[in-house]
Ligand binder design. Structure first.
Ligand SMILES: [Zn+2]
Length: 62
C-alpha cells in the first residue's frame, strides 16, 4: 500500500530546478482539467507578474 504518494517531483522547464507537485495540487489540476505544471512556483509567479505588467486590459482598477 502506498500511503506516501503525496507530492511528485517535477523539473521546471524555466529554471531547470526541481519542485514538488503536491497531492493537493494534483487533485486541483485534475479537477480543473489542467495538465501538469511545467514550471516551479516561483517561475509561475514571476510570469504572472510579467504578464500583469504588460496586459493593459485592466488599468487603474485599484
Ligand atoms: Zn523554475
Amino acid at each position: 500500500m502506498n500511503t506516501e504518494t503525496r507530492g511528485k517531483e517535477l523539473t521546471c522547464s524555466d529554471c531547470g530546478g526541481t519542485f514538488t507537485f503536491t497531492e493537493r495540487e494534483q487533485e486541483f489540476f485534475r479537477e480543473k482539467g489542467f495538465s501538469e505544471p511545467k514550471r516551479c512556483k516561483s517561475c509561475r509567479d514571476r510570469r504572472k507578474m510579467d504578464r500583469g505588467g504588460g496586459g493593459g486590459s485592466r488599468r487603474g482598477g485599484y
